[in-house]
Design a protein around this ligand. Structure first.
Ligand SMILES: [Zn+2]
Length: 339
C-alpha cells in the first residue's frame, strides 16, 4: 500500500510538472483527485489494510493529497502567468503595419471661393451679414428702386410664394434690412443663395449664390469704389491684375458700372480663356441711388455709398477653370475631389 501510494504520488507530480496549459493541468487534477481518480481509488481499497494500520495509512494518503493539491495550485498560477504574458505579446500593436485608409471629404469649391472672398473683405474691415432666402417683394424689389412695373423685374424673374413674398433674386434685401436699422457707417458683405426662374444650362441655374457688398459713410466717392474693387481683384486673382470699369445701368445704383479684370491666364494678351479679349467680366457695381438711401431713411445729402455684387459660382468657375456651372451642383465626387 505504501509503495503504491509513493508510486501514484511520483506519477502525478510528474504529470503536473509536464502540463503545458491549464486544460492539461485540469485533466491531471481530475485523474488524480476526481471521483474515479487514482487517489480516490486508493482510498476505496483501505478495507484491505489491517484495521490497526488504517489511521496511519489514512494520514499518509491525506498528506499526499495535500501535497498534490499544493503542486496543482502552484502550477496553475505559473501557467496563468504564462498565458497572460503570451496574450500581451500577441496584442502588441505593430506600428510598422500599413494603416487603414480613411477617405476624408473636403470643402466644396463654392465654399472655398466664398471663404476666400470673405477673408479679403473681412480683412478690409467689412462685416459678413446674412438674411432670409424667402423675402418680401418690398425688400427684394421696391426698396431697391424697382417698382412693380419696372423692366428690371423681367430680368430677375423669380419664384413667387404669393403677391408679397418671393424667393430673393439677389442678396441686396439684406443690405436694405441693414440700412433700415440706421446704424451708420456700414461696411458689409451679404453672401447667400438666390433664385431666378432660369433654365439650367452651362452658365445658368434657378438657384445660385451671390456676394453683395455695401459701404455707406460720409464722403464716399466713386474713387473709393474703384480702389476697393481693384484691391479685391488683386487679392483674388493676383498682384498684377488690372480692372476696367464699363458704364452700365442698374436701378439701385447711379452711376453704375460693370467691372472686368485683366485675364489672369494670358495677362491681357488674349487667349481661349478670355475669348481673345484679354478681359474677363466679374461683377457689377455703382454708387447707391439716392432714392434707395431715402427709402431706408438715410439722408443722401449727408451720406453716400457704393454697392457691388458678384456671383459666387462665377468666381469658383474662373478660379478653378471649370467650364460648366452644372458640375458644381452634381455632387460627383470624382469631380469635387480635384479642388
Ligand atoms: Zn486670356
Amino acid at each position: 500500500m505504501k509503495e503504491k501510494l509513493a508510486k501514484i504520488r511520483e506519477e502525478i507530480l510528474k504529470q503536473i510538472d509536464a502540463s503545458e496549459n491549464l486544460d492539461k493541468l485540469n485533466e491531471v487534477r481530475v485523474s488524480a483527485l476526481g471521483k474515479k481518480g487514482a487517489l480516490t481509488e486508493l482510498l476505496k481499497s483501505m478495507k484491505e489494510v489491517a484495521p490497526q494500520d488504517r489511521p496511519k495509512v489514512g494520514q499518509m494518503v491525506n498528506e499526499v493529497r495535500a501535497e498534490i493539491e499544493t503542486a496543482l495550485e502552484t502550477e496553475k498560477a505559473k501557467l496563468e502567468d504564462r498565458a497572460m504574458e503570451a496574450r500581451l505579446k500577441n496584442e502588441v500593436i505593430d506600428v510598422t503595419l500599413p494603416a487603414k485608409k480613411n477617405s476624408v471629404g473636403h470643402r466644396h469649391p463654392n465654399t472655398i471661393a466664398l471663404e476666400e472672398v470673405e477673408r479679403i473683405f473681412v480683412g478690409m474691415g467689412y462685416e459678413v451679414v446674412r438674411g432670409p432666402e424667402v423675402e418680401k417683394d418690398y425688400y427684394n424689389f421696391e426698396a431697391l428702386n424697382i417698382p412693380k412695373d419696372h423692366p428690371a423685374r423681367d430680368e430677375q424673374d423669380t419664384f413667387y410664394i404669393n403677391e408679397e413674398i418671393v424667393l430673393r433674386t439677389q442678396t441686396s434685401p439684406v443690405q436694405v434690412r441693414t440700412m433700415e436699422q440706421g446704424k451708420l457707417p456700414i461696411r458689409m458683405i451679404a453672401p447667400g443663395r438666390v433664385f431666378r426662374s432660369d433654365e439650367v444650362d452651362a452658365t445658368h441655374s434657378p438657384s445660385f449664390h451671390q456676394i453683395e457688398g455695401l459701404v455707406i459713410d460720409k464722403n464716399i466717392t466713386f474713387a473709393d469704389l474703384k480702389g476697393t474693387l481693384a484691391e479685391f481683384a488683386k487679392e483674388l486673382f493676383g498682384e498684377d491684375t488690372k480692372v476696367k470699369f464699363r458704364p452700365h445701368h442698374f436701378p439701385f445704383t447711379e452711376p453704375s458700372a460693370e467691372v472686368d479684370v485683366s485675364c489672369f491666364k494670358c495677362g491681357g494678351k488674349g487667349c481661349r480663356f478670355c475669348k481673345g479679349s484679354g478681359w474677363i467680366e466679374i461683377l457689377g457695381c455703382g454708387m447707391v441711388h439716392p432714392k434707395v438711401l431715402k427709402m431706408c431713411n438715410i439722408d443722401p445729402e449727408e451720406y453716400s455709398g457704393f454697392a457691388f455684387g458678384v456671383g459666387l459660382e462665377r468666381i469658383a468657375l474662373l478660379k478653378y477653370e471649370i467650364d460648366d456651372m452644372r458640375l458644381l451642383y452634381e455632387n460627383d465626387i470624382r469631380f469635387l475631389k480635384q479642388f
